[in-house]
Design a protein around this ligand. Sequence first.
Ligand code: 13P
Ligand code: SF4
Length: 352
Amino acid sequence: SPSDPDLVARARAAKERLGSKVFVLGHHYQRDEVIEFADVTGDSFKLAQQAAARPDAEYIVFCGVHFMAESADILTNDAQQVVLPDLAAGCSMADMATAEQVAECWDVLTEAGIADVTVPVSYMNSSADIKAFTGKHGGTVCTSSNAQRALDWAFEQGEKVLFLPDQHLGRNTAVREMGMSLEDCVVYNPHKPNGGLTVEELRAARMILWRGHCSVHGRFSLQSVEEVRERVPGVNVLVHPECRHEVVKAADHVGSTEYIIKALEAAPAGSKWAIGTELNLVRRLARQHPDKEVVFLDRTVCFCSTMNRIDLPHLVWTLESLAEGKVVNRIEVDKETSDFAQLALERMLALP
Ligand code: 13P
Ligand code: SF4
């Protein structure tokens, strides 16, 4: 639906008043009405880089979810303030790994005698606490666009990887991109004693995958792929690596949001694409590529409800408040957490 013209005008006016004081970052899963006001759009890797590259912007308005805003706060300087237009924009996957659970897991690995040879790799989609744990224990952060490079790096530092919190990205990268077998991977369930694993299983594993997943991408199924191939003959199936392993295996192409966008740009006119990622992005791609047939991989899957929390009214409220000198919804990570998390984030930014 078209945006309220009054709100559009207010957002524009507030942004103009703020000028170069404000920099608005927009993740590809954001609503169109919000993307319209983003100075830069990107996947979570590009947005982290962009946040770090704007030392002069007093305010970074992060149109995305909480863990992204935290990472931006960690990567920006002390004078800069990061704002999340709606504090309820969390991420269910990030919530699946708490600091207490991860500390307990590390105790389990220590008991099993493997903590010394295990390198933690945390997906960007995790809280600052988890990134700090990762930094403290010699590990790195990764995103869906550099997971393989992060794992290559980690296996140069140690023999095993504790991958958190997305089991699917971890498994898909290890098996699809790095030639490991499914038997090399075990799943650590934080709700079970010892993660539900025996000491022998832990010692034999190369990848210890945290039992987390994305509630949006987890809903695409093998059946979604089979049905779309029947419905749209000759279709290219392109999915995000947060999808389950059987979905990724059945797809033709797999990649981050930025990868998906570039694949569509490079695709010839007349080609057909079924895309398994968040719906705001898929709809935008369909609109931007009228010469191609772009369909959603599974019509029963919905938007990411927390990404969608950021809407035009929240953005207007945020920008108008900032224009009046009032900082609302600031995301601030405490110094100790931030220092260790920064280590892990900088290891990621330095990956070859
Ligand atoms: P990317 O932006 O890294 O593709 O991640 C997708 C995602 O789920 C962000 O929440
Ligand atoms: Fe989290 Fe999934 Fe939403 Fe991304 S799409 S913010 S991983 S719930």
